[in-house]
Design a protein around this ligand. Sequence first.
Ligand code: PRP
Ligand code: URA
Length: 206
Amino acid sequence: MLTVLKHPLITHKLTQIRRKETGTKDFREGIGEIAGLMAYEITRDLPVKKTDINTPICQFSTYELYGDVVLIPVLRAGLGMVEGITNLIPDAKVGHIGMFRDHETLKPMTYFSKLPENLEDSIVMVLDPMLATGGSASAAIQVIKESGAKKIKLVCIVGAPEGVKRIEKDHPEVQVYLAALDEKLNETGYIVPGLGDAGDRLFGTK
Ligand code: PRP
Ligand code: URA
């Protein structure tokens, strides 16, 4: 269940953050803006309920969102996507899962998890700019499922075919959204062409 969101604005902003000379400020802004643009499409099937309002002119039957939306950024890099989405869904709850890839084995390690209650009835969006081997996202989704979530969307900016396959195999019911499906992984598990280490570029740690 993969959707690659093609839009000239997304492509343009992605080109900017792929450039190696793009610094932390512009990288951070770009990640946030792309997440916001993706949110428009990802939220297309959010449930709405009927409501009666009064406009300045007359009474009117219309619709508004109902139900909880929960954003779960995978630390650290997923944090960069939160604000772009909460700008559009200010009532969204935010949980956190800390994962890092062991750089030798590429295996994900969970170091933090704090999730909102009642995930059963919520639309849960797992946020991580990078879907490389898919190990981190798959492990994060497993933790989130074990906490009760039933409707899960994985929202990544750049993905590799290997990561998409891994999610399709481990969590076939999860909808995966990407801004770009890149070519492959290199021998050290980085996405090619990719955009490098998203966490380090977001937080200026290298
Ligand atoms: C990056 C990225 C993903 C993970 C993707 O995080 O943000 O979480 O790698 O790789 P995978 O699909 O092969 O698991 P990293 O482990 O570098 O941690 P960081 O966000 O703290 O930098
Ligand atoms: N994590 C990143 O930050 N970048 C990659 O290319 C792969 C994993």
